[in-house]
Ligand binder design. Structure first.
Ligand SMILES: N[C@@H](CCC(=O)N[C@@H](CS)C(=O)NCC(=O)O)C(=O)O
Length: 223
């Protein structure tokens, strides 16, 4: 049996969607973020030293695995090989590309943007505030926002020609890409100006398995 160590409001939701889509038996161990720091609790460090979610453990193989991409690969390899293109097809490299792109290229500037937004709201001495504001606005305008815009434009172009990230078939890459895209929709970064991406997010969120996963996962702000 697979156990998913699930932190509320986190990337782990995409693993619940995948587990629901595959239809295997699994159980969820719930962990709650600290209400102020929004960090994961210490208990998650007892499961994996980095204390981040998602983590799965499989009592059949004795394997405990962190990192969404590795978890998706593990679940697809063992339980749903149909969700990965054959290694001799060109789609296989599309699959690899988007599996890596999600956390490797898209998440870092999104995270920096979130940090700067939080920084502007953070309590600090009044004379520091204008400096912090100027620094974060300049970094956002010169570096982060253009980067995010280029990445989202690139995705929009891809989704204008493909139903899913690997052509016409749902694959592991869609689960991996789902979190940054739905978080960007929830934050208003993706809107009607990116119609294909918006439609893509609404399409996967409407799937029965996704909805079942939402019910099981508890609090989630990005759907
Ligand atoms: N690249 C990792 C990132 C894992 C990660 O940062 N998870 C966040 C939730 S979205 C977390 O556990 N944060 C709590 C903390 O850092 O205390 C993955 O895709 O699994």
């Amino acid at each position: 049996m697979i156990t998913l160590h699930h932190l509320n409001n986190s990337r782990s939701q995409r693993i619940i969607w995948l587990l629901e889509e595959i239809g295997i038996d699994y159980k969820i161990e719930f962990y709650e973020r600290h209400p102020v720091t929004i960090r994961a609790p210490q208990a998650l460090k007892d499961v994996h030293p980095l204390g981040k979610s998602p983590v799965i453990s499989d009592d059949q193989t004795g394997i405990t695995l962190a990192e969404s991409g590795a978890i998706i690969e593990y679940l697809v390899h063992n339980y749903a090989p149909q969700l990965k293109p054959n290694s001799d097809s060109p789609m296989y490299w599309q699959y690899q590309y988007w599996m890596h792109f999600s956390e490797g290229s898209l998440m870092p500037p999104m995270l920096i943007s979130l940090v700067f937004t939080q920084l502007q709201k953070a309590p600090m001495p009044f004379f520091i505030k204008p400096v912090a504001k100027m620094l974060s606005e300049k970094t956002m305008a010169n570096f982060v926002s253009p980067n995010i815009k280029a990445l989202l434009g690139f995705i929009e172009n891809h989704l204008s020609q493909n139903t899913w990230f690997c052509g016409n078939e749902l694959s592991g890459a869609d689960f991996q890409m789902s979190f940054p895209l739905e978080a960007a929709v929830a934050r208003g970064i993706i809107n009607e100006s990116l119609p294909h991406t918006l439609k893509y997010v609404k399409t996967f969120q409407a799937r029965k398995a996704y909805q079942a996963g939402l019910e099981k996962g508890g609090e989630y702000d990005y759907a």
